[in-house]
Design a protein around this ligand. Structure first.
Ligand code: MIC
Ligand code: SF4
Length: 733
């Protein structure tokens, strides 16, 4: 790292931010790489790749077609997304193992064959396991999950990507990233009382909004950092995904050292100490934007509903609930997830539950806990917090994503019934947790989640309000307390890791041709070399179109390895600008209304290519490349929007689609869902806008200018039909 860095330093001759140091020290060609923040495409060599089960299936299916004997970069796969919360812990886990047997068998044999570490179901959530085992200061990793930045809590540049990007790195190609800008967040003051690390990112999300971090790394620094635990920093970096940031990072410090030591990595901590000067920003480093937050004044926040950037400080929350007529009764409180499952989070939450029980009261709302890892679960079982949660009335779910991603067999409300839930998770898009669009989902710290759960009401503010004890006397909850790290060390719990075997050539990876869960990928057709004329608009979406709208999770997660089957969820959550409804579009040939995937299939059958028109920040949220593969599979050619989220834009390019943006964002309003368009693709060139001719149903045709961010290599992907086709072509098969 220092060698590469000194090469880059002598070229740039200016102080560097920490994020820049980590990225530039991983350049494939530090001598010649062009480096301009926000402009050049960097070619990087990540140290590590991580995949979770819901995205690994597609990644591995693509890797298999690259024809390599093993991965070129250390890689792990984590089974966490496919476990549905029903009754709790072990029972749910056993059920998941039997329902998903085929997929787990596929992943475990593929991992064995290609030399990938495999974390079995029950081991925990990818980002927690990475923090506990693999993250290290100064490292660069990519992960097929948008919350990969969680490892920024250990000073790593950890970036969420689609499966095809992971495949590049597994196949020893450099990984490409537009050189990010750097947003500095300077923390001053000291955190105390009811304020938790989560409140920093909830506040930042309010300032920057869901698209404010696009194209940037958020770098935290300043004296306030000292009052944060390593896992607290992880929480902040984790939820940086919600502002579209490429990643978020903290500089190396003593709290990271302590965490490394308590997770059996003192050696790495010592090494980091000896390079400490390179593991932080240079004096005088310049940020593209600077935000300052004084932790002495920072209030606890609650964000939501429906979007993670609607930030309300607790002192104003009751009024906001009244004003907006959000359902006041709190139905469910949920703590845990990859965002907030640390030992510290669990012990602080348990301290509040204990306080309540000492007054003879328990959770009024339903209360669920998802431990982030087997290690955290076993440790809080040993140290008593787990029992506290159960005594308090809580259900301890399996170490997995569970309700965070709609893996929740929720029984307490009917579909369509307006209700409120609050969690310590990171995302709260419509329908995400329970597939009920009327559920108002709020995100906050675990501390506030527990406090609100006791009150059963969104009107409650634990800083100022009292509760009634078992005899009807009023009492105030004590401020939460907890240890950042367990005094007696971590208990590793059950062994859930499968190392790849020495002898791998005989391992057989099976994909049954009749499976409805797994399907071998067929290469997409190359571009026909012509302009694309007379294309219908399959749907013009209105407002938020997140990856949850484009390729819903929950029950659909089971088809993540089967492109044709999962394509039946394409855009079913997106709102059609033509009628304000979801999953109802008009087939221009028949004039009949039908579901979006069905209409696309009909066009495909008739040999008609189509486009989608979308609004701002299209594809926000997940890294799931299914959101790009599905339109490609069903015959789409371009997605034309006001703007894109980073991972989704790259995913579209990788699969041979055209992500295009209106050069004049107002043109979005001028497009009618009934219009037809010509895309003059033969004129596609790096750095030049593309012309789209719009043919309104009645009226004059007009020219619309579209922008794109393709570089030369990426244009090849389009011409060849996909990045994978391009790789195959280079390898001569
Ligand atoms: C999410 O939080 O939305 C997910 C589910 O973890 C996704 C990954 C996926 O869709 O498989 C993510 O964040 O990238
Ligand atoms: Fe899992 Fe939720 Fe974290 Fe995504 S955000 S990795 S679904 S726990």
């Amino acid at each position: 790292m220092s060698e590469n860095l000194s090469i880059v330093r002598s070229r740039l001759n200016r102080p560097l931010t920490y994020a820049e140091k980590v990225l530039y020290s991983h350049l494939d060609d530090p001598h010649n790489q062009e480096i301009e923040r926000g402009v050049s495409y960097l070619k990087l060599r990540p140290d590590r790749v991580a995949c979770q089960d819901a995205t690994a299936q597609m990644a591995i299916l693509q890797f298999m077609s690259a024809g390599m004997p093993s991965v070129a970069t250390p890689t792990t796969v984590h089974c966490d997304h496919l476990i549905e919360a029903q009754v709790g812990g072990d029972k749910d886990l056993d059920r998941a193992k039997s329902i998903n047997k085929e997929v787990y068998d596929f992943l475990s044999t593929a991992c064995a064959k290609y030399n990938i570490g495999f974390w079995r179901p029950g081991s925990g959530i990818i980002h927690q396991i990475i923090l506990e085992n693999y993250a290290f200061p100064g490292g660069l990793m990519i992960g097929t999950d948008s919350h990969t930045p969680n490892a920024g809590g250990l000073g790593m540049a950890a970036i969420g990507v689609g499966g095809a990007d992971a495949v590049d790195v597994m196949a020893n190609l450099p990984w490409e990233l537009k050189a990010p800008k750097v947003i500095g967040v300077k923390l001053t003051g000291k955190m105390s009382g009811w304020t938790a690390p989560k409140d920093i990112i909830l506040k930042v999300a309010g300032i920057l909004t869901v698209k404010g971090g696009t194209g940037s790394i958020v770098e935290y620094h300043g004296p306030g950092v000292e009052s944060l635990s390593c896992t607290g920093m992880g929480t902040i970096c984790n939820m940086g995904a919600e502002i579209g940031a490429t990643t978020s990072m903290f500089p190396f410090n003593d709290r990271m050292y302590d965490y490394l030591e308590s997770t059996n990595r003192k050696r790495i901590g010592d090494l980091a100490r000896s390079y400490a000067a390179e593991l932080r920003e240079d004096e005088g480093a310049e940020y593209d934007q600077l935000i300052e937050i004084n932790l002495d004044e920072l209030e606890p926040h609650i964000n939501g509903p429906f979007t993670p950037d609607l930030a309300t400080p607790i002192s104003k929350f009751k009024d906001a609930v009244k004003e907006n007529k959000w359902p006041e009764e709190l139905k469910v409180g949920l703590i845990g997830s990859c965002t907030n499952s640390s030992y510290e989070d669990m012990s602080r939450a348990a301290s509040i539950a204990t306080d309540a029980m000492e007054h003879g009261v328990k959770a009024k709302a339903l209360f669920c806990v998802t431990p982030g890892s087997e290690q955290v679960r076993a440790t809080i079982e040993r140290d008593g917090q787990l029992k506290t949660f159960e005594d308090f009335g809580g259900i301890v779910l399996a170490n997995a994503c569970g309700p965070c991603i709609g893996q929740w067999d929720r029984k307490d409300v009917k579909k369509g019934e307006p209700n409120s839930i609050i969690s310590s998770y990171n995302r709260n898009f419509t329908g995400r947790n329970d597939a009920n669009p009327a559920t108002h989902s709020f995100v906050t710290s675990p501390d506030l989640t527990v406090a609100m759960t006791i009150a059963g009401s969104l009107f409650f503010n634990p800083l100022t309000d009292t509760l009634k004890d078992k005899d009807g006397n009023e009492f105030k909850l004590k401020e939460p307390t907890g240890d950042a790290l367990p005094k007696n060390g971590f208990d590793l719990g059950r062994d859930t890791y499968q190392a790849p075997p020495e002898e791998r050539s005989q391992v057989d990876v099976k994909v049954s041709p009749t499976s409805d869960r797994l399907q071998v990928l067929e290469p997409f057709d190359a571009w026909d070399g012509k302009d694309q004329l007379d294309l219908p608009i399959l749907i013009k979406t209105k407002g938020k179109t997140t990856t949850d709208h484009i390729s819903m999770a929950g029950p659909w997660l089971k088809y993540r390895g089967h492109l044709d089957n999962i394509s039946n969820n394409m855009l079913i959550g997106a709102i059609n600008a033509a009628n304000g409804e979801a999953n109802k579009v008009k087939n221009f040939k028949t004039g009949k209304e039908d579901a979006v995937p069905a209409t696309a299939r009909q066009y495909k059958k008739d040999g008609i290519k189509w486009v989608v028109v979308g609004d701002w920040n299209y594809g926000e949220g997940s890294s799931r490349e299914h959101a790009a593969l599905e339109p490609r599979h069903l015959g789409g050619i371009a997605i034309i929007t006001r703007s894109f989220a980073r991972i989704h834009e790259t995913n579209l390019k990788k699969q041979g689609m055209l992500p295009l943006t209106f050069s004049n964002p107002e043109d979005y309003d001028k497009i009618n869902p009934d219009d037809k368009v010509d895309l003059l693709v033969t004129g596609l060139e790096v750095g030049k806008p593309l012309t789209m001719v719009v043919h309104p149903k009645d009226g004059e045709k007009w020219n619309c200018e579209l922008s794109h961010t393709f570089n030369e290599g990426q244009l090849e992907w389009f011409r060849n039909g996909s990045a994978l086709n391009t790789m195959a072509k280079k390898h001569g098969h």
